[in-house]
Design a protein around this ligand. Structure first.
Ligand SMILES: NC(=O)c1ccc[n+]([C@@H]2O[C@H](COP(=O)([O-])OP(=O)(O)OC[C@H]3O[C@@H](n4cnc5c(N)ncnc54)[C@H](O)[C@@H]3O)[C@@H](O)[C@H]2O)c1
Length: 506
């Protein structure tokens, strides 16, 4: 059976996801039958959909006529037999393999040769299809919350999924205005797997006393241009939910240290400090507003005016700073060398996965500092630095004075390998590469997924191209040798890319 724009869509489960998916399908003109076995669920779903669509009409984003038509296309029911005419049923019930499999069997009996798409976030599609009369008719269709707004749909193939069905579902999702990507069934699919380091590295930095929740979030927002920092995002998702996704991914990958859950998050979760929904998590919330507990660790600049600097060698991605220095009237001398900025008695390196203190020791010099990578040094309003454990106090103040001259604030963290953004991005690229190496999806799908499923400003492979694959390789190798932890082992895809050279996007 082919699935297309004329297909009747059944939705099983009228909760947060099911009702949103029903709205999306009806908006695209499908007849939708929305089923739930809990008294009140379907009425509640229809009420919320009615309210959301009315808002669109009020804002002029939808005509009253389209709204009425969309509502009229959705039929709520508590009788599973009413799903009989459906061609494709999207299941969005409780995240429990046995309960889902039970309902799939009922659906096969009631609807004949129906196709079934599960919206599961974590269960293997191959496993869900086990026991069905037609396991080839089962695929994954993973929407993101809120379904009417988030663009991404991961279209997941199980071992037995029919290729034509997978393609039809992919085309269907795109025809609904979504961005669909093909995914091979595997734990975490694309987004929930690759996003793990975004939370995990931030939690580790906090656990090692490198910085505070507020400063790490600020660095992520400004230097990484992430919409939300990791801690405020964990508070939004819920520490319990985020912890359980990490724990289940960790167990699914046989306790690979790449996915180690965090004791801090476990503690917050067990204490009921879940985030926004409980009023307190990493931050406190009042009337839905986040109250920041601490100030960012920002450096007060010295009054020194820096008029001359020397740039030795290439600063890599941070070469973008050179025209900014020149524009600010600073005399920039460019010379050969290992890639650092020198002024007064200070040497300032772009982070490379070693601590500034390690470089200090190697060079036998005290006043060594590092700065973090930035998605755009021109647009950002802050640059993050770390100074060697041996550095004198004036070092951070004079660096802040230099950055003030180009209109940037200076945030500071304790000296740590790869700092915040470089460490996070390198690990995101590593996981992205490993996902591709494992044949879960292709490179372009990774970036589409991360940009549209979790709103990253650019996907990991675009970051890799910006930084250069050798920068990522060096950073990961240095992290691995610092921590002696296989968590930071480099995926073979990165090593291969470095050998053949070139970029992910030509
Ligand atoms: N909430 C999210 O952010 C999110 C995102 C992507 C995917 N998912 C996945 O979507 C699915 C649904 O999640 P949700 O957040 O919408 O849950 P939810 O609790 O809001 O809704 C689930 C609905 O399913 C109904 N239900 C449960 N068992 C049923 C059964 N046997 N027959 C009929 N109806 C039944 C419940 O009454 C409830 O209304 C889960 O598999 C979840 O992992 C959730």
């Amino acid at each position: 059976m082919r699935i297309d724009s004329n297909s009747i869509i059944g939705i099983v489960g009228a909760g947060i996801m099911g009702r949103g998916i029903a709205q999306v399908a009806a908006k695209a003109g499908h007849k939708v039958i929305l089923y739930d076995n809990w008294d009140g669920a379907v009425d509640n779903a229809m009420n919320i959909n009615e309210k959301e669509l009315s808002k669109l009409v009020e804002k002029g984003k939808m005509t009253q006529e389209t709204k009425d038509k969309t509502i009229s296309l959705m039929t709520p029911t508590m009788q599973i037999e009413d799903l009989a005419p459906c061609d494709l049923i999207i299941e969005a019930i409780i995240e429990n393999k046995e309960i889902k499999q039970e309902i799939f069997k009922q659906l096969e009996d009631i609807c004949g040769d129906v196709c079934i798409a599960s919206n599961t976030s974590s269960i293997s599609i191959s496993a869900l299809a086990n026991g069905l009369k037609r396991p080839d008719r089962m695929v994954g269709m993973h929407f993101f919350n809120p379904a009417p707004i988030m663009k991404l749909v991961e279209v997941i193939s199980g071992l037995q999924s029919d290729k034509q069905l997978v393609e039809d579902v992919y085309n269907l999702a795109n025809s609904w205005g979504k961005k669909a990507v093909f995914v091979k069934s595997s734990p975490g699919f694309i987004v929930n797997r690759i996003a793990r380091p975004f939370y995990a590295e931030a939690l580790r930095l906090y656990e090692e006393g490198v910085s505070t929740f507020a400063t790490i979030d600020e660095v992520a927002r400004t230097s990484g241009r992430f919409k939300m920092g990791p801690f405020e995002l964990m508070d939004l998702i819920g520490n319990d939910t985020n912890y359980s996704v990490t724990e289940s991914t960790f167990n699914s990958y046989y306790q690979d240290s790449r996915f180690n859950p965090s004791l801090t998050q476990q503690e917050f979760s067990q204490a009921g400090l879940l985030g926004r929904k409980s009023g307190i998590g990493f931050y406190k919330y009042e009337d839905g507003k986040q109250l920041c507990r601490e100030k960012y660790n920002e450096v007060e600049p010295s009054n020194n005016k820096i008029s001359d600097i020397t740039v030795f060698g290439s600063l890599g991605v941070a070469n973008e700073l050179i025209p900014l220095f020149k524009k600010a009237g600073i005399n920039v001398i460019e010379d050969e060398g290992d890639g650092y900025i020198e002024f007064n008695d200070i040497k300032l390196f772009l982070t490379n996965g070693k601590m500034a203190s390690q470089i200090s020791k190697e060079l036998n010099e005290k006043n060594i500092a590092q700065f973090d990578i930035n998605i755009d040094y021109d647009l950002t309003d802050s640059i993050t630095i770390a100074t060697s454990l041996l550095a004198q106090k004036h070092v951070e103040k004079n660096i802040a004075a230099l950055f003030t001259q180009i209109g940037k604030r200076t945030l500071i963290i304790k000296d740590s390998p790869a700092m915040v953004i470089s460490r996070t991005i390198s690990m995101l690229v590593n996981e992205a590469s490993s996902t591709v190496t494992n044949g879960v999806c292709d490179e372009a799908s990774v970036d589409i997924a991360m940009e549209n499923g979790v709103n990253y400003p650019i996907g990991p492979f675009k970051w890799a191209d910006k930084l250069g694959i050798d920068f990522i390789l060096e950073t990961l190798n240095n992290l691995e040798s610092f921590y002696k932890d296989t968590r930071y082992r480099v995926d073979r895809g990165i090593i291969e890319k470095s050998i053949i050279g070139g970029k992910y996007y030509e």
